[in-house]
Design a protein around this ligand. Structure first.
Ligand code: ZN
Length: 395
């Protein structure tokens, strides 16, 4: 006897343009989330539905996510902008991602290629991939680029919010005049040779243009948005978006209100000044180590932002997608949530479980299923395949 579910399916198949059906048919790839730091520092179990944060396997499946690039982020103030502690911090995060797949092969598949992602999606698993955020862990040694490639890392941003000696950041003063030096250009060449994507999220404008003039492979922004809408240095100008698209790369739109909502960043700065004593107290009251003190500070920020800063909706994320599509077409845009790396999210895409709301909004704006397939992951699969076209073994 057919089950009730089967009868329902026979009687009322979902219409071809059903948002949920379109969403779950697509291969969805999120280019950036910081969740693995929670696994290390807070010992969270991603097999369970967590009641805080933005990501776990249960909510990822609800959200129809097929692949997650985990950010291997070394916070330079806590672990150094290079040196053995920075290397160890990166290595520990990589081990934690691999451990997910070893401990729970029914949920996760460790992945390094587009084919791996397609296989994981077909098998109903979540592909777990690695991206290095900030080049601190290569410790200014070229051979470490290949070391991380061999460990499975498939993208790297030369700098996070603190400039390296070889690449300027958009987040500090020195970055304003610093691009790639000769070593930085050699690093980009090595990444091209290996097939490791160059990520321009967080780099200074000068570094961005040096990368454009150096890289021979498609370049990506894993979690950035448009300066034309939200004027913050972390975002890309229209000229930058055009140049990046010319490499065949993809701008993956970040979901963080500070980078997508006009004016939000300024209001956040004022609020940060007001709540500084609260944040400081939380840090002092936390008995744990420096990492736990940072977590305590971030918790206060999260509460205060939710109370005092304007609500932002998923439609604003789609404004940025629209802007990029109008500039360069639908082949050069993707998604990079920055989940678990930010202290605020949009209200209706608050965790990975809400990802279908993005597809719903795209449909509302007139995007076709094939457009949506590209935006959710198809464009990034194309870039990954282009990187893989000349693997390191062909040197
Ligand atoms: Zn970031």
């Amino acid at each position: 006897m057919p089950s009730t579910k089967e009868i329902n399916r026979q009687q009322s198949p979902p219409p071809a343009n059903d948002p949920s059906a379109i969403h779950f048919r697509a291969i969805a790839i999120d280019m950036h989330a910081d969740t693995v730091q929670r696994v290390l520092d807070e010992k969270v179990d991603l097999e369970e539905r967590l009641n805080d944060g933005h990501f776990d396997a249960v909510r990822a499946k609800e959200g129809g996510l097929d692949a997650q690039f985990f950010s291997i982020w070394v916070e330079p103030q806590l672990f150094g902008g290079g040196g053995p502690r920075a290397v160890k911090r990166a290595d520990d995060q990589i081990a934690a991602v691999k451990n997910l797949a070893q401990q729970h092969p029914e949920t996760w598949q460790f992945a390094t290629t587009a084919a791996d992602v397609r296989r994981a999606a077909a098998d109903g698993k979540i592909a777990a991939l690695l991206g290095l955020e900030g080049g601190y862990a290569i410790d200014e040694r070229l051979e470490n680029v290949e070391r991380y490639y061999k460990m499975g890392v498939r993208y790297m941003s030369p700098a996070w919010s603190v400039s390296t000696t070889w690449a300027g950041s958009s987040g500090d003063d020195v970055g304003a005049s610093r691009g790639l030096n000769d070593f930085g250009k050699t690093v980009v060449g090595e990444m091209n040779r290996l097939g490791m994507m160059v990520d321009v999220s967080h780099v200074s404008d000068k570094t961005f243009w040096d990368i454009m003039n150096t890289s021979t492979k498609p370049v990506v922004a894993t979690h950035s948005a448009c300066r034309a809408i939200a004027d913050v240095p972390r975002n890309l100008t229209d000229d930058m978006i055009r140049a990046l698209a010319k490499t065949g790369g993809v701008v993956n739109v970040i979901f963080y209100p500070e980078h997508i909502e006009p004016g939000w960043s300024g209001r956040k700065k004022s609020l940060d000044a007001e709540i500084a004593p609260l944040v400081q107290h939380a840090s002092e009251d936390e008995p744990g180590d420096a990492v736990h003190k940072k977590l305590a500070r971030d918790r206060v920020r999260q509460q205060q932002y939710a109370l005092h800063l304007p609500k932002v909706l998923v439609s604003r994320i789609v404004d940025h997608i629209d802007h990029i599509v109008k500039l360069v077409g639908v082949d050069y845009v993707g998604i990079g949530s920055d989940f678990d790396g930010v202290q605020a999210t949009t209200s209706d895409l608050a965790t990975v479980a809400d990802l279908p709301n993005l597809t719903r909004e795209l449909l509302k704006r007139g995007y076709s299923e094939s457009d949506i397939d590209k935006i959710l992951g198809g464009n990034m699969l194309r870039v990954m395949e282009a990187q893989e076209a000349s693997p390191a073994s062909s040197k």
